[in-house]
Design a protein. Structure first.
Length: 571
C-alpha cells in the first residue's frame, strides 16, 4: 500500500418488511440495526425485542427473526418469511383434529434474548481477522505499510502538492536538498543494508557491532575492519561476478572441498592398504579386468607379503635407468645425458592408488640405495631383525611403521603432531617424512625448498640448474632425487642437456608397469618421462637428495630437527 490505511465504521440501518410488518416501525416495537465496516463485513446488533402485532409475537434481529402466531388460543412459531396475514379473523378451531388450547397443558418458557458474538473483521490483504476495528487498522498499518513507496498527498492542502515530501514519513520540505539530508540522517537505518548476523537459533538478525559481522559471500570476519573497508571487500566479490554468490552455497562448496582434501590426503580414516586392495581387486573382477583365479592368487601373495613386511613386487619394473640412458644418448638434439646409478620403478597398485605416491617414490629411492654395498649395509643394520631381508623392499605398511618409529625417537616432532599416526591408514607422506625415515636409518639427506618461481613466467630455472649440478658431481653412487609438489610426488632419475635448454627425466608412480616396461624400445617412449621447464610450473617444489651416511651420534641427534636449503635464498 502506498499510504497509511484508515478505516471508518459507519452505522447502517436495515429496514425490511415481513408480511407487511415493518421491522423499523416503532408502532410494532421492532427495531433492527447493523453496523458495517470497510471490508464489507456487517456486524449485527444482537439486541432483540419482543412484541405482539395482530396476534403475532415477533422476536428478531437484523437477519433472523422468529414469529409466534396465536390463532384461537394456539401458538405457532415459524422462522424466515411469514406467510400469514395479520388481519385473518380468529377461528374457534386451529385446524382439523387440533385440540382446544384449554385441552393442552403446555408450559411455554418465556423468551430469552440470544446473545451472538460479533462477526470477525478480516484484513483486506491477508487472512488476519479480529473483532476490533482499531486492531485491524493497526495491523494493516504495521504489516502492509511500505515505507519506501511515496505517500498519497493530502489534496485538501494544495501547498503540500508542490512540496518535496519524505517517502518514509509525513514531513515535507521546500527543496530537494533538504529532503535528501533529512532522509540520509533520519532514515539511514531503513535505506542502508544492515549487517546480517546469525543468532543462537540460526535466524538472521541485524547486528551493528562489526565484531560479529561476516562477509555474506566468503564468510570473512569484519571484526577488525572499518566500514569503508567492509564495503570495498564486498564490492570486490561482485566486481568479479555480476551475480551475488550465495553464502550457504559457498559454505557447502568449501565443506565439500575440505572433505575431498581429507580423502585425497588419506585423513578421512576410510580403510587402509589391505582393505583397499581387496575392494579394488573385487571391482576389477566384476569389470572383467581380472580373472577369479588371478584374484585369489594376488590375495594370497598380498597376505604373505604383508605378514613379512615386504612388497610383493607386482608393480615393480627393474633396471629402468640403464635403458633410459642408452636411448637418451642416441636421441637427436641431446648433447649430454646424466642418469642415476640404478633404480627400479614402483607403480601404484590396487591398495594405494590415490594416496601412496610418497611411499612408492621412497621405494624407488631405496631400490637405488640397496644396489650399493655401503648403503645396503647401513640399511640392513638400521632395521635389523625388524626389517625385511637384505635385498627385499619394505612394504607400504612396513614403511609406515618406520616413520612412526622415527617419530618415537624424536625425529620431526611437528610432523608427528600433525599426522598423529600412519600405520593402517591412507595418509599421505611428503618430503619431510622421507627425510625423517632416511635420517632414522642413518642415511644423510638434504631437503631443498624451491619456495617460489625464479622467472617472470612462473617457471623454475633454478631448480633445473640445481638438478644438473647434482648429477654432475662426481661420486661412487648417485641415487635418484625425490621430487615433491602440491598433491603429488615423483622421482627424478636424470637430466638431458640440449642447446635449447634442460629436460628432466622423471618417473611417476602413476605410470603403469606396461608403460614403464616400454621405455627404451624407441625414442617415442621417452616422452613418458621427459619434463621440460614449461611442464614444471607448480608454485613450489621440494627435493630430497641423499648425501651419504650419518657417521657420528652428534650428526644423528642434529637430524632430529628438520632444516632445509631455500632457493632462492631469503632476503
Amino acid at each position: 500500500m502506498s499510504s497509511e490505511y484508515r478505516m471508518s465504521s459507519p452505522d447502517i440501518v436495515v429496514n425490511g418488511k415481513v408480511n407487511g410488518i415493518s421491522n423499523a416501525n416503532s408502532e410494532n416495537g421492532l427495531n433492527g440495526s447493523a453496523s458495517g465496516s470497510l471490508n464489507g463485513v456487517i456486524r449485527k446488533d444482537t439486541s432483540l425485542k419482543h412484541t405482539h402485532v395482530n396476534g403475532f409475537g415477533v422476536a428478531g434481529n437484523s437477519k433472523t427473526y422468529e414469529v409466534t402466531e396465536q390463532i384461537n388460543g394456539f401458538n405457532k412459531t415459524s422462522n424466515g418469511d411469514a406467510s400469514h396475514s395479520s388481519s385473518e379473523p380468529n377461528r374457534p378451531h386451529g385446524g382439523q383434529g387440533s385440540p382446544l388450547r384449554s385441552q393442552l397443558g403446555l408450559k411455554l418458557k418465556p423468551h430469552k434474548p440470544v446473545s451472538r458474538k460479533p462477526s470477525p473483521l478480516q484484513c483486506l490483504l491477508c487472512p488476519y481477522t479480529t473483532e476490533n476495528p482499531s486492531v485491524l487498522e493497526e495491523h494493516i498499518n504495521r504489516s502492509h505499510f511500505d515505507p519506501l513507496s511515496p505517500g498519497i498527498p493530502n489534496r485538501s492542502n494544495q501547498d503540500t502538492l508542490t512540496a518535496f515530501q519524505c517517502p518514509i514519513c509525513t514531513l515535507a520540505f521546500d527543496t530537494s536538498s533538504d529532503l535528501e539530508l533529512h532522509v540520509n540522517i533520519e532514515h539511514k537505518e531503513i535505506l542502508s543494508p544492515a549487517k546480517i548476523d546469525m543468532d543462537t537459533n540460526g535466524a538472521s538478525g541485524y547486528n551493528r557491532d562489526h565484531s560479529g559481522s561476516v562477509c555474506p559471500v566468503c564468510g570473512l570476519s569484519f571484526a577488525k575492519m572499518k566500514t569503508n573497508e567492509m564495503e570495498e571487500h564486498i564490492d570486490k566479490h561482485f566486481a568479479k561476478s555480476p551475480q551475488a554468490v550465495s553464502y550457504e552455497a559457498q559454505k557447502a562448496r568449501e565443506q565439500k572441498e575440505f572433505e575431498m582434501l581429507r580423502a585425497q590426503y588419506g585423513m578421512d580414516d576410510q580403510g587402509n592398504f589391505r582393505e583397499q586392495s581387496a575392494a579394488a581387486m573385487q571391482r576389477a573382477v566384476y569389470a572383467g579386468e581380472m580373472s577369479v583365479e588371478a584374484y585369489y592368487e594376488r590375495q594370497v601373495g598380498l597376505k604373505a607379503a604383508e605378514s613379512y613386511g615386504i612388497d610383493d613386487g607386482s608393480s615393480c619394473t627393474k633396471t629402468v635407468a640403464a635403458r633410459v640412458l642408452s636411448l637418451s644418448n642416441a636421441a637427436v638434439g641431446v648433447t649430454k645425458t646424466y642418469v642415476c646409478s640404478g633404480v627400479d620403478h614402483y607403480a601404484s597398485s590396487y591398495g594405494d592408488k590415490g594416496w601412496g605416491c610418497g611411499y612408492r617414490n621412497l621405494q624407488m629411492l631405496l631400490s637405488s640405495l640397496l644396489q650399493n654395498t655401503l648403503y645396503n649395509e647401513a640399511l640392513y643394520k638400521a632395521w635389523g631383525n625388524h626389517g625385511p631381508a637384505r635385498t627385499a623392499m619394505p612394504s607400504i605398511s612396513r614403511l609406515q611403521r618406520m616413520v612412526e618409529a622415527a617419530w618415537a625417537q624424536g625425529f620431526d616432532v611437528q610432523g608427528r603432531d600433525q599426522l598423529g599416526k600412519l600405520y593402517n591408514t591412507r595418509k599421505w607422506i611428503g618430503a619431510t617424512e622421507i627425510v625423517t625415515v632416511l635420517s632414522w636409518l642413518r642415511i644423510d639427506s638434504q631437503l631443498v625448498d624451491f619456495h617460489r618461481p625464479t622467472s617472470i613466467d612462473g617457471r623454475h630455472p633454478e631448480l633445473f640448474n640445481w638438478v644438473l649440478h647434482y648429477f654432475e658431481e662426481p661420486r661412487n653412487h648417485t641415487p635418484p632425487l625425490y621430487l615433491q609438489h602440491q598433491g603429488h610426488s615423483r622421482t627424478i632419475i636424470g637430466i638431458e642437456q640440449r642447446p635449447s635448454g634442460l629436460t628432466l627425466l622423471v618417473l611417476d608412480p602413476s605410470h603403469g608397469p606396461r608403460q614403464v616396461a616400454a621405455l627404451g624400445t624407441n625414442q617415442e617412449s621417452l616422452r613418458l618421462i621427459r619434463r621440460g621447464p614449461a611442464a614444471m610450473r607448480a608454485p613450489q617444489y621440494q627435493i630430497v637428495a641423499v648425501r651419504g651416511l650419518i657417521e657420528t651420534e652428534e650428526q644423528y641427534q642434529a637430524k632430529k630437527v628438520l632444516k632445509s636449503l631455500r632457493i632462492p635464498p631469503d632476503r
